[in-house]
Write a protein that binds this ligand. Sequence first.
Ligand code: AMO
Length: 436
Amino acid sequence: MLDRAYTDEVTSSDSGEEVAVAGWAHEIRDLGGITFVILRDRKGQIQVIFKEDEDEDLFNKAQDVGKEDLVHVEGIVEENDQAPGDREIQPTSLEIIGEAETPLPMDVSKNIDSDLSTRLDNRFMDLRKPEIHAIFSLKTKAMEAMQNWFDEDGYIEIDTPLISKGGAEGGAELFPVIYYDEEAFLSQSPQLYKQMLMAAGFDKVYETGTAFRAEEFATSRHVSEINMFDVELAFIEDHHDVMDVQEESFRHTLKKVKEEAADELETLDVNLTVPEEEFPRIKFDRALEILEEEFNHIPDDEGDLDTKGEKLLGEYFEEKGHPAFFVVGYPGEKFYYMQQVEDDEVASRKFDLIYKGQELSSGGQRQHDLETLEKWMEKQEVDKSNFQFYLEAFKFGMPPHGGYGLGIDRMIQKIAELDNIKEAILFPRDPDRLEP
Ligand code: AMO
C-alpha cells in the first residue's frame, strides 16, 4: 500500500511529525514565491505550502500541479491557525501520480454549480465533491442502521432472483431480457418470492436489492433502476403489525443517522428531526377529504394519491409535527395480492409511508387464502398461468403475512433533502440515461 494518512488523521498536535498524504489538488493558490496546494481526499482537506526560498526544486515542481491532479506528498506537519484545520504540510517530496486533463469536464469546487445533467454525464468527477461524498457516507450509515434493526430482531437476510418469467406488479413496466432462448424480464419487486418464503417457514425476512421499472417518467422521484429494501413477516394479525415494523425500523434509522452521520448532515446543511410520536395512520378516504377541504385538490388518479397530493398532505402533517405518516386502505382493485378488509369492497389492507411529502414505501397485508387470491386474480384479469409457481406455495399451509418495499433512494433523497432522487444514486438510470 502507498504510505499515506487520511487528511483527517493529521492534526495540529502532530506538529513536527513526518507525514505522507495522497489526494487531488482541490485548489492551487499562487502568491509569487509561495504556492499553496489544497489537497483533498475522501476524509477532508489539507494545505501544502511550497516556498521558493526554502526549496526551489520542489517549488518549481509544484508549478506543474494542475487542478484535480492526483498527488502524493511527504512532509512535516506544522501548526498554523491561518490554515484550514489549523495545520499544514511543509513538503519534502511531491509526486504527481495522475495528471488531470484540461479543461476539466466540470468544476469540483462547491461554489460553481453545474446542472444535474452535466453532473451526471461526468459523474466520477461530480462524485469527488465533499458534499456528494457526504450523501453516500450517510447512506452507508443509514443502511447499516436499518439492517441492524432487522438483524437484532431475528430477521433472515434473503436474495431473490433478478431475472424472472413475469412481474409482480404488472406487465407494462417490465424490461425484457433474452434468457438463453426464451424471453424473460428484470425483476420489478421481490414480492412474490418474499411471500413464498413465508410458506417456507422463514417467518421474517429482509432484502437489500435492486428492482427495475420500465415506466416512462420525467420526475424528480423516479428512476428505472431502484435500490429497494424489502421486508416480509408472517403470523401477523393485520397490516398494522407491518406498519409497526416499518415505523420502528424507520425511526431507529433516522435516530442513528442523526447520531452517527452528524458530520454528513452538517456538510449537507440538514437539520434532521426524529419523529418520536407515533406516525399518524390515516385512511385513504380521509386523505382525499383533507386534500379537498384544506387545499381544494382532487388527485388525477382515482385510486391513488398524485405527487401533488402527497406533497400537500406532507405539508399538512409536517405542520402538525409529523414528517412521517401512513395512508392506509387504498382502493383494492389494482392489487390482487392485497387482503381486502371484510365487508368493504374498496378498502384494501395496503399502506404507503409518506415522509417529507413523498411516498417512501408501499406494503400491506397479503391475501393468504388461495381461493380468495385466485378470485381476485380473475377479477383483475391477471393471467394465472404465469403465477403457478407462486400459487403452489399457498396450497400447503401459508401463514397470514404482510410486508413492504421501501425505496432506498427516495429515503436518502428525503433525509439528505436532495432535489432529485438521482443525486442519491451513484450512476442513476432513467429513460434517457443508460451511461455512465
Ligand atoms: P411499489 O411499486 O409501490 O411497491 O414500490 C415500493 C417503493 O419503491 C419505490 N419506487 C420507486 N423509486 C424510484 N423510482 C421508481 N420508479 C420507483 N418505483 C417504486 C417507492 C415505493 O414506495 N411489491 C410492492 C412492495 C410490497 O408490497 O412489498 C412494491 O414494489 O419508494
